[in-house]
Design a protein around this ligand. Structure first.
Ligand SMILES: NC(=O)c1ccc[n+]([C@@H]2O[C@H](COP(=O)([O-])OP(=O)(O)OC[C@H]3O[C@@H](n4cnc5c(N)ncnc54)[C@H](O)[C@@H]3O)[C@@H](O)[C@H]2O)c1
Length: 443
């Protein structure tokens, strides 16, 4: 079966490489020439663990192109372009519709166009209307997690497929045949209509964001009353009805999906005349979280951060990704800089450091100066600072040489924005004279 992917970003590239690994011939198309050129040379433009190896392994089944005509004769075409938020917070569907418009003249009436992009309810129906009888539109929202995207491709927790009641049976059969690898693995399939499939995606992301916002709000109370949010989360999470995932208090959620998807769901409620209560509060709590944490830091320095230097550990929105979109760490950096502080950034992923360096260069070209420097070496980042701020939940921070850090820093203070340092280590560090502050924890 000849397949195609439109958009070679985090979702499209993983889909292309994953399908090729399952034995399908895949044509991957993008309008970004630099991305396609890099891919032709065997260099993924994004960092995901195992991606480069998989790309090399399956090169003979992968074709990268910037010309849409090459998609002709593909039987199943996955639309994986971005759906960022517009200035109001709604999902911007320009990329989706532009991709579909470009594809339309090539279609012969037997193709399946699969929307993998996260799109608001009603979009699959609109795309079908636009394509008329030239193709069959299927909704197949993506749930991969950046950082472990390759692993997630081969081991999804579910596959969601949304069909129209008017689709002929062979459309379903072809999709099941394409995804037989997952069926054989007994991965649950949710086969439903377009609207449910679209909402499953938004509901899942918003629900996860809500869990985080809940624990973050509770962390503020926990801190005040002398409770410990880590213990509370453990006590809650052992209840299988609640579960322990996404209950870690911290500086809040970010990334390329949660912020825009929560926002887009808020709009979908509004557009259908329903007041979006939980999604709205979920967002509000998250918007407050970084300023709340910054205040804690400020308090430690008597309310004034002017001239202070901080090591900022972790720069993307989560570990092992180079995706900087809506990174809470970078938002915190921006606020620290506004307060007159100087920030020395470090992340374990080289691609992340490189992306932040480019961003800093860009900012420095539009402003007189920008107070963030990224270091390739952790010790250099920590040297001479007034405090260490942990902004991304790498477990590896626990194994670092804190004895050495003691000698390097100017002032022994840790602000653990992810509560990631283990209790035993924290107790030891406090004994050795470090000031430690987490989110809602009491040491
Ligand atoms: N990133 C994630 O973790 C993730 C997870 C699940 C779902 N999603 C959803 O998947 C979609 C894609 O997300 P992403 O993170 O991969 O985006 P991305 O920005 O990384 O990639 C999108 C790609 O589409 C290309 N593109 C844009 N318009 C095009 C066009 N007309 N023709 C061809 N290519 C075009 C861009 O050049 C870019 O390379 C979004 O709707 C997102 O919400 C993302």
């Amino acid at each position: 079966m000849k397949t195609a992917v439109i958009g070679t970003g985090y979702v499209g590239l993983i889909q292309a490489v994953g399908l090729a690994h399952l034995g399908f011939k895949v044509i991957a198309y993008d309008i970004d020439i630099s991305k396609i050129n890099a891919l032709k040379r065997g260099n993924p433009p994004i960092y995901e663990k195992g991606l480069k190896e998989l790309l090399h392994q399956n090169r003979e089944r992968l074709f990268f192109t910037t010309s849409v005509e090459d998609l002709k004769d593909s039987e199943v075409i996955f639309v994986c372009v971005g759906t960022p938020q517009d200035s109001q917070g709604k999902a911007n569907l320009n990329f989706v519709f532009s991709a579909v418009e470009n594809l339309k003249p090539l279609l012969m009436g037997k193709e399946i166009v699969v929307l993998k992009s996260t799109v608001p309810v009603g979009t699959n129906r609109k795309v079908q209307q636009l394509l008329g009888d030239k193709a069959f539109v299927v909704s197949n929202p993506e749930f991969l997690r950046e950082g472990i995207a390759v692993e997630d491709f081969f081991n999804p927790e579910r596959v969601v497929l949304g069909f129209s009641e008017n689709h002929p049976e062979w459309v379903r059969e072809k999709m099941f045949n394409l995804y037989r690898f997952f069926l054989k693995k007994n991965i649950p399939f949710v086969v439903t209509n377009w609207e449910s499939a679209e909402l499953i995606k938004y509901a899942s992301n918003t629900f996860l964001a809500m869990k985080i916002s809940f624990i973050n709000e509770l962390a503020r109370l926990s801190e005040k009353v002398g409770a410990d949010i880590k213990e509370i989360a453990r006590g809650m999470g052992l209840d299988s009805r609640i579960g322990n995932k996404f209950l870690n208090a911290g500086i809040g959620w970010g990334g390329s999906c949660f912020p825009k998807d929560v926002s887009a769901l808020i709009w979908q409620f509004k557009e259908w005349g329903i007041e979006p209560k939980l999604p709205k509060v979920t967002k509000e709590i998250n918007d407050e979280q970084i300023p709340w944490f910054l205040n804690k830091i400020k308090k430690h320095y008597g309310g004034n951060l002017n001239g202070k230097t901080f090591a900022l550990l972790g720069l993307a929105f989560k570990p092992y990704t180079d995706d900087l979109r809506e990174s809470p760490s970078l938002k915190l950096a921006e606020l620290l800089i506004q307060e007159g502080a100087f920030v020395k950034g470090y992340d374990y992923v080289e691609g992340t450091r490189e992306n932040v360096k480019k961003l800093v260069e860009l900012k420095a070209s539009t402003r007189h100066s920008y107070g963030l420097i990224v270091y390739d070496d952790l010790n250099t980042a920590v040297k001479g600072v007034d405090g260490i701020i942990i902004a991304v939940e790498y477990k590896e921070w626990n194994r670092e040489n804190w004895k050495e850090f003691s000698k390097l820093v100017r002032n022994k203070a840790i602000f653990d924005g992810r509560n990631i340092l283990e209790r035993i280590l924290v107790k030891k560090l406090v004994k050795e004279g470090w000031h430690y502050e987490g989110v809602g924890v009491n040491i």
